[in-house]
Design a protein. Structure first.
Length: 219
């Protein structure tokens, strides 16, 4: 469990917008929803020692695929938020909820099981846990947990472009927070660096907008 030592910590500053406060149970439930049918089909006619009894346990122990992936969405870094009131930070909750919905629409095979907004750290942000699902496999189960099939170079570029546009609209709709700020244009080759970061971490990719003095926010 995470340890909170800050005197400013308050459970009211952690808002669960998807799932429950038990991420493991949320992941288990999603695995049953998404994979039980494919698991039954895969096990048909197989010897007992060849059957997969628990697909979540199988994925976890095999080490070939990640059980789930995490995405962090953040608008504004510590420097941007350090002098903003908690009331202003709370206005980010519905904005981050909207970003989660955009993500869901853009990547339908990333099945979100948990989304939690944190106002207890240096800047408001959302931790999103989801199960990436690949389909149409000829070997093994027809449907499998497959991050690298869902988050390809092309899908990462599209995701970055579209989330950039959504972020711009959200910022324009909330001048009380972002007045005078804007997003940088997406740099050539940036999506390549971003996708590498996603694969290297193995657990999350980061979408963030950061404000530097005299510079535009980057996303």
């Amino acid at each position: 469990m995470r340890q909170f030592k800050s005197e400013d910590y308050c459970k009211d500053n952690i808002i669960v917008i998807r799932g429950s406060d038990n991420i493991l149970e949320d992941v288990k439930k999603k695995y049953h929803e998404e994979f039980d049918e494919a698991l039954v089909k895969y096990n048909e006619g197989k010897r007992s020692d060849r059957k997969i009894q628990d697909y979540l346990k199988y994925v976890s122990e095999s080490g070939k695929n990640d059980v789930a992936a995490e995405i962090i969405i953040q608008l504004g870094d510590e420097e941007f938020w350090h002098d903003k009131s908690m009331n202003l930070q709370r206005k980010m909750v519905p904005i981050l909820e909207e970003q989660v919905r955009h993500l869901e629409e853009l990547v339908p095979d990333f099945k979100i099981v948990s989304a939690v907004v944190h106002l207890d750290e240096h800047s408001p942000h959302a931790h999103i846990i989801g199960v990436p699902i690949g389909r149409g496999y000829k070997r093994g189960m027809e449907k499998q947990a497959a991050k690298t099939k869902v988050f390809t170079q092309d899908t990462l570029k599209t995701l970055q472009d579209q989330m950039h546009k959504h972020a711009e609209r959200d910022m324009e709709a909330h001048p009380e927070i972002f007045e005078g700020e804007s997003l940088k244009e997406i740099e050539q080759g940036r999506n390549s660096d971003w996708s590498k970061e996603f694969y290297i971490t193995g657990s999350y990719c980061r979408l963030k907008a950061e404000k530097s003095t005299g510079k535009k926010i980057e996303y």
